[in-house]
Design a protein around this ligand. Sequence first.
Ligand SMILES: [Zn+2]
Ligand SMILES: [Zn+2]
Ligand SMILES: [Zn+2]
Ligand SMILES: [Zn+2]
Ligand SMILES: [Zn+2]
Length: 228
Amino acid sequence: MENQLFSCMVCADTCSVPCMMKCPRSSFYGKDECDGGIWCLDCVRKWCDLNKPKKERQNKPIRCGKCRAYIMDSKYAYASKCYQVLDALFPEIDKYTKDIAICRRSSCGVNCNTQRKLWKHIKNECEESMMKCEKCTRWIKRKDMKNHIECDHTYVECSLCQNDHGFKNKILKKKLISHFNWHRQNYKEKFIDSLNLMKIEHLRLKKIEDSINIVDNYLSHIGQNNIL
Ligand SMILES: [Zn+2]
Ligand SMILES: [Zn+2]
Ligand SMILES: [Zn+2]
Ligand SMILES: [Zn+2]
Ligand SMILES: [Zn+2]
């Protein structure tokens, strides 16, 4: 009897992070025609297509899983409009079974021991959960976030001139090659320029040395005459 009280509408297992759909005919809207059913968090999210980014959702009406009353279109759906987490039930479920506090998301399987810790884990820690990128507001799996930041938000700088090449994932190989070729050409020209400058300096130095030699010779000549 108790078991049935907490069993999920979809998977028929004991609810893992119990939720209730925000049915327009339920107590959320001051009515008592429907109770919105009781769902696992992951089951209700799947039902409402909330696990996918908005762009990837097929637009279809989300209906109450119990009485089929219309809630909203899945294309624009967000969690707080579709379901409510029944955290008041957490201690009851903890008392009832411990196995249900294991994270069911893909390959995660972390045992959180209590419903509260599991919910916290799903929201803030689970590598399989989606999180919002602070830079572009896209929803990305936590485990893919590092890679996303690295590829989509990292500017690549040229090591020679510190110019931006743009975002790492958008760099064109052709552009990069032509940029480095430009550097090569530029350095060649500069090198030839400085070589020419050195030649001129060398000639000038030689002229100065020649002049000094002439003066030296002259001075030593005078000196010799003085002694004689
Ligand atoms: Zn379920
Ligand atoms: Zn309903
Ligand atoms: Zn997890
Ligand atoms: Zn981003
Ligand atoms: Zn450069």
